[in-house]
Ligand binder design. Structure first.
Ligand SMILES: Cc1ncc(C[n+]2csc(CCOP(=O)(O)OP(=O)(O)O)c2C)c(N)n1
Ligand SMILES: [Mg+2]
Length: 321
């Protein structure tokens, strides 16, 4: 898929919106307004956006505990997401799920997921549905370097390959599973694991939106043509702790500052499109202001929203078919 000016503006807006969203959640969490556990996606934006730009509502994704970026890239309403994170009425899941359980089935967002390695088996079901019904849809599982080592990921990849499902496994390798460096925990090369399951595997630099977009496009096209699953191993960085409140004693004191200076996918996108004359700085700055204003509004509206009523405690908990 060739990217035109509108596509590039859209990519920038989505990545900027994710960054602004995460920075605001970081501040609000520290101020004590957000209940529960929160894991931020800042630094990894090019992966969610580079993959999800190829998708529409007929396609589904399943996410991780670090799911805000995936939700935004798949078209979830950011104000409803913010209300959800604050645990308020009008949240995307009625304020009862919080950060780790945001879902919007109408947008093909099957859910953030507190279960590490939860997404790969889920997308096998969704991909089988797409295949049986002949919708042409694909199903994408995001999982981390830690999640890549879960048995569920191995099972999911095996099943997807045996059934030739339109599924893509995106391993977002940010170098850590909680405090454990992937150098200590990830054996061999994840790309070669794909070979073991008879599917193509590609390594992608997650700092480079264009590389992610291209590799994801190839994998998705292959899946849509009925040629089966693929794996992408995306190398990227997380700019905050594992969870909000993490003192990050396992990282060098200057590590995050260095990564922010050298491996920021937003900075590299901006440099590339301005140097190539594809977009001008003023257009990008205008989007930055709009994204910041949108998230400011989302935070104030979330804080002003009511909490769910006690009478609603048991609604939406079970689905009756
Ligand atoms: C099945 C399961 N085991 C353990 C945990 C605890 N846990 C939560 S996040 C995490 C690390 C995940 O690392 P990774 O998959 O690399 O994702 P990242 O946090 O780096 O995005 C662990 C072990 C869990 N939530 N679920
Ligand atoms: Mg990780």
């Amino acid at each position: 898929m060739q990217l035109n000016r509108d596509d590039l503006l859209r990519a920038w807006r989505e990545m900027r919106t994710i960054r602004a969203f995460e920075e605001h959640v970081h501040t609000e969490f520290a101020a004590g307004g957000i209940p529960g556990f929160v894991h931020l996606y800042a630094g990894e934006e090019a992966s969610a956006v580079g993959v999800c730009m190829h998708l529409s509502d007929r396609d589904v994704i399943a996410s991780t505990h670090r799911g805000h970026g995936h939700c935004i890239a798949k078209g979830c309403d950011v104000k409803a997401m913010m209300r959800e994170i604050f645990g308020r009425a009008g949240g995307l899941c009625a304020g009862k799920g919080g950060s780790m359980h945001i879902a919007d089935i109408s947008r093909g967002m099957l859910g953030a997921n507190g279960i590490v390695g939860g997404a790969p088996p889920l997308v096998c079901g969704a991909a089988l549905t797409a295949k049986v019904r002949g919708t042409g849809g694909v199903a994408i599982a995001f999982c981390g370097d830690g999640g890549a080592n879960q048995g569920t990921t191995a099972e999911g990849m095996n099943l997807a390959s045996v059934w030739k499902l339109p599924a893509i496994f995106v391993i977002e390798d940010n170098g850590y599973a909680e405090s454990t460096a992937s150098a200590w925990s990830l054996a061999g090369d994840p790309v070669k694991r794909a070979e073991g399951y008879g599917m193509p595997g590609t390594r992608v630099d997650g700092r480079d939106f264009f590389a992610v977009h291209e590799a994801a496009g190839e994998a998705i096209e292959r899946a849509r043509k009925g040629e089966g699953p693929s794996l992408l191993h995306v190398k990227l960085e997380r700019f905050f702790g594992h969870f909000e409140g993490d003192a990050m004693t396992y990282r060098a004191a200057d590590e995050v500052a260095r990564l922010r200076a050298e491996r920021d996918c937003l900075a590299s996108f901006r440099r590339r499109v301005t140097e190539a004359g594809l977009l001008d700085g003023a257009a990008l700055d205008a989007i930055d202001r709009e994204a910041a204003a949108l998230i400011d509004e989302a935070v104030s509206e979330a804080k002003a929203a009511a909490f769910p009523r006690p009478a609603e405690l048991l609604t939406d908990v079970y689905v009756s078919y």
